[in-house]
Design a protein around this ligand. Structure first.
Ligand code: GDP
Ligand code: MG
Length: 164
């Protein structure tokens, strides 16, 4: 049994980029257009000799009765709550707090699962102030990272290990 670490968040916040950075292989597809991910969503990773499995819930899709493919953030969050040992809740530090972020935060807060609030797109020290508004989500101390610049991923993974 390997601990399961799930990545949850709105489209385009950088979930697949973070997933790739952690598993160090480009196996998720990163797209500029929200919702077009066709990822491999599970992958084994390790940090400091601790192995775990990552899930990018943004890659979970549904086909409805009319064959439309869609994603449901609520379902992705509920799946993460059910299956994961730790949830990485990723938000966009450039976009700021969005109404959908609050909806998902509410679901995650009531889950009782360990949730790490990850403010992505903090690409430079100048942007580091952008993390503070995310305290309003009620999920504790936000961790600012840049998935593209690989900034602060070590601190994030240290935090993950505290919960597994
Ligand atoms: P997902 O929909 O949450 O999986 O988001 P993606 O990983 O596909 O990324 C969406 C867009 O955000 C892409 O254009 C990425 O290059 C960009 N992106 C991801 N991480 C960062 C980051 O740390 N900084 C910046 N500036 N852009 C990022
Ligand atoms: Mg994605």
């Amino acid at each position: 049994y390997k601990p399961l670490v799930a990545i949850v968040g709105r489209p385009n916040v950088g979930k697949s980029t973070l997933f790739n950075a952690i598993v160090k292989k480009r196996i998720s597809i990163v797209e500029d257009i929200p919702g077009v991910t066709r990822d491999r969503i599970y992958y084994d990773a390790e940090w400091l000799n601790q192995e775990f499995t990552m899930i990018d819930t943004g890659g979970i899709e549904f086909v409805d009765s009319e064959n439309h493919i869609f994603t449901s953030m609520r379902y992705q969050a509920e799946l993460a709550i059910r299956e994961a040992d730790v949830i990485l809740y990723v938000v966009d530090g450039k976009a700021g707090v969005q109404p959908q972020d609050e909806d998902i935060a509410r679901i995650l807060r009531s889950s009782g699962k360990p949730v790490i609030l990850v403010v992505n797109k903090i690409d430079s020290v100048e942007l580091s102030m952008n993390i503070y508004e995310f305290y309003s989500l009620g999920l504790g101390d936000p961790i600012g990272i840049s998935a593209v610049n690989l900034m602060n991923l070590g601190d994030l993974l240290d935090e993950v290990l505290k919960h597994i």
